[in-house]
Design a protein around this ligand. Structure first.
Ligand SMILES: Nc1ncnc2c1ncn2[C@@H]1O[C@H](COP(=O)(O)OP(=O)(O)OP(=O)(O)O)[C@@H](O)[C@H]1O
Ligand SMILES: [Mg+2]
Length: 308
């Protein structure tokens, strides 16, 4: 869907992004992580030509991005910027409808789409559609920013720290929303964060940037199991390493079929970290495991968590 080939960006004499080659598959949830100033926002904005690359090439859907008119490229891609960036003199509804309006959707369809998205992001349309950005909390503004990016059902969603500056509860709720939206829509998401837990929880693959260069590219489990260098090790953290390993694997991966355990079962889709938490809080060294419909599937034991 998106292919960087030896792509780079220099601002004057300074290199922001250097020699990046990578491919983002259609439907991926691709996370870019790295320290402040490592080039994450620049890399993201190179995709929709908000920032023109100065070296190499970038293709979207197989076509060089230089062959598109920049406006067309931007209309095809939803974009959530680091600072939300709602239009202050436009209502929530008009903000969400910005791209559909450019695409000449009929007004009634824009209104329906805005209401649908507000509901999807847990904002009551009746209460919110006519408000202005300054009448919203920071978290509500970020939700509207996400709704606006989704409005025209883009093939690609570019998100630059969309949940920064949110309290942990709102942040977790929005992470779950975007995870669900991604699963249901199949949109390709490129998501910038500097929060490793956010990256591990959402990503199909993670790219780690350091001073404009790609230092590692892999699945969450690959990064945790074999960090490429000291920076990746630092991002993962020593203290939380074991818990993070458990958090990126599911109960299903360690299921003992045909066995049972007393008590409330845990879902096969739960993480091993959640299983550990249940075992500790219930002083149980085994849990029953059930499928999405609550049917028993087997069991998981504490010792299963220690297997590599
Ligand atoms: N318009 C610009 N002109 C000159 N230099 C810039 C410009 N925008 C960014 N830079 C520089 O390019 C480098 C990468 O910046 P970028 O915004 O991509 O980093 P980032 O990883 O997104 O950081 P943060 O986590 O703080 O958002 C930085 O050194 C920054 O100072
Ligand atoms: Mg940035």
């Amino acid at each position: 869907m998106i292919a960087f080939e030896r792509a780079g960006k220099r601002y004057g004499g300074q290199t922001a992004v250097e020699d990046i080659s990578l491919t983002i598959e259609a439907g991926e949830f691709f996370v870019v992580i790295g320290p402040s100033g490592s080039g994450k926002s620049t890399l993201l904005m190179m995709i929709n030509r908000m920032v023109p690359h100065s070296a190499g090439s970038i293709r979207v859907g197989g076509q060089d991005i230089l062959s598109f008119r920049p406006e067309m490229l931007r209309r095809r891609m939803g974009y959530v910027i680091q600072s939300v960036g709602l239009f202050p003199h436009w209502t929530v509804e008009r903000n969400i409808g910005a791209v559909p309006e450019l695409l000449d959707w009929p007004q009634a369809r824009i209104r329906d789409r805005a209401d649908e998205l507000l509901a999807l992001l847990n904002l009551d349309p009746g209460r919110f559609r006519s408000k202005y950005p300054h009448q919203l909390s920071g978290g509500e503004q970020q939700r509207v920013g996400v709704a606006r990016a989704l409005a025209a059902r883009p093939d690609v969603l570019l998100m630059d720290e969309p949940f920064g500056a949110l309290d942990p509860i709102t942040r977790t709720a929005l992470q779950q929303e975007i995870h669900r939206i991604h699963r249901e829509s199949g949109t390709t998401v490129v998501f910038v964060t500097h929060d490793m837990d956010e990256a591990l929880g959402l990503a199909s693959r993670i790219a780690v940037l350091d001073r404009g260069r790609l230092v590692q590219l892999g699945t969450p489990l690959e990064l945790l199991a074999a960090p490429a260098n000291g920076l990746v090790r630092d991002l993962i953290g020593q203290e939380e390493h074991g818990l993070r390993m458990l958090a990126v694997q599911t109960v299903a991966s360690r299921l003992r079929t045909g066995e049972t355990a007393p008590g409330e079962p845990i879902a096969a889709s739960a993480t091993l970290r959640q299983a550990l938490s249940r075992m500790v809080s219930e002083s149980a060294d085994r849990l029953g495991v059930s499928d999405a419909e609550g049917r028993p599937m087997g069991a998981i034991a504490m010792s299963d968590l220690l297997r590599r």
